[in-house]
Design a protein around this ligand. Structure first.
Ligand SMILES: *Cc1c(COP(=O)(O)O)cnc(C)c1O
Length: 365
């Protein structure tokens, strides 16, 4: 039995006629941009996150850059970002003319280490942008304390954590504003690109709304210089169908994670993800740690099991950021974790049987 790393088509198949109905509704409406589906989705997703506002945008990268711009972060500012994340986090900071300043991560949670923040804070530091990595919320309470001492803004890169909880509170409502991605592989994924900014802050929401369509409040009357970054009606209609399933699908991810954790607890060759007591993760990815991840990867590959590595290279070791002076050895913990990381198949439609195959392959050394 082969086990692909992901099976996005299986998810859509499960939704069946609902997706077709949603698409037909948009097709027949004659409204394709900024219409009732986007409005409804924004309302529903804000409510889901426990926040007052949601603005749909074109992708997760834009969600980050628009929330930064909307909050007044730009040229000359520094934004603290975790060393362990997708390059998009760093690059969205660069896109607004600000400088991403890496901070090492905690060896157990892999998320931004609040204890390393202070040494990275300087006169130009304006904000902290933690990432809820692999679906596990960052330690937002500890981060907020440091931020308060230094009067810094705290945002969330929640692209991997739709529906996760930190101390009982939903991700997306834990900082001044949060960025979500609806890239197809995310826990809430579109049939293409999509993203959203979620916030309680009226002014940020209003600014994002202006910025995402040429600075228009009234059509053609640009109040400020913006860009074009909109969630479209088709994607919004699909996302509404999937949002209704999000908790169920996250629960299925949780069951798979529990299966992996129970079955692999004694495997000597690998270490399993750690879940702190304050977090309820949503298992966007299930990342194990292995002494020789390439060997494990090849072994699984021979049995038809797909795995991926997140992330190689880390953002600071890409040519794009090496050019800014970042190099090996700057983030010892993140680099060490990255050298051992291997992502196992994880998605809501992964069967118990497929999960068993992965476990058997890992235990057979
Ligand atoms: C996916 C992702 C993004 C970017 O989202 P896109 O929709 O692909 O632009 C940003 N940050 C993190 C942590 C992500 O995983």
């Amino acid at each position: 039995m082969s086990v692909p790393f992901l099976d996005l088509a299986a998810g859509l198949e499960e939704l069946g006629g609902e997706v077709d109905a949603a698409f037909a509704r948009v097709r027949d409406s004659g409204r394709y941009i900024l219409g009732p589906e986007v409005e409804a989705f924004e309302r529903e997703f804000a409510k889901y996150c426990g926040a007052r506002h949601c603005v749909g945008v074109a992708n997760g990268f834009d969600a980050i850059q628009l929330l930064l711009r909307a909050a007044g972060v730009g040229s000359g500012d520094e934004v603290l970002v975790p060393a362990y994340t997708a390059v998009a986090t760093w690059m969205a900071v660069s896109a607004v003319g600000a400088v991403p300043v890496g901070v090492d991560v905690d060896a157990r949670t892999w998320t931004l280490d609040p204890g390393r923040l202070e040494e990275a804070i300087g006169a130009r530091t304006k904000a902290i942008l933690p990432v809820h990595l692999f679906g596990l919320p960052a330690d937002m309470g500890a981060i907020a304390q440091v931020a308060a001492r230094h009067r810094l803004l705290v945002f969330e890169d929640a692209a991997q954590a739709h529906g996760a909880h930190y101390q009982g509170r939903t991700v997306g409502s834990l900082g001044r504003a949060a960025a979500f991605s609806f890239y197809p592989t995310k826990n809430l994924g579109a049939l293409g690109d999509g993203g959203a900014v979620v916030t309680d802050d009226e002014e940020i929401a209003d600014n994002v709304r202006l910025l995402h369509t040429y600075g228009w409040r009234a059509r053609s009357d640009s109040e400020i210089k913006g860009l074009n970054s909109r969630l479209d009606e088709l994607q919004a209609a699909l996302l509404r169908v999937k949002l209704a399933r999000l908790d169920d699908w996250n629960e299925r991810r949780r069951r798979i994670a529990n299966r992996y954790r129970e079955a692999l607890g004694d495997a000597s060759e690998i270490a399993l993800p750690f879940v702190p007591e304050w977090a309820e993760p949503v298992w966007h990815l299930f990342v194990i740690s292995a002494e020789d991840p390439q060997a494990v990867r090849s072994r699984l590959e021979r049995r038809g099991i797909g795995t991926l590595v997140h992330y190689d290279p880390l953002p600071h070791l890409t040519p794009a950021y090496r050019a800014d002076g970042w190099s090996e050895g700057m983030f010892r913990v993140a680099e060490d974790l990255a050298s051992r990381a291997l992502s196992l198949p994880m998605h809501p439609q992964l069967s118990a049987e497929a999960c068993g195959e992965v476990v058997a392959a890992l235990l057979a050394s």
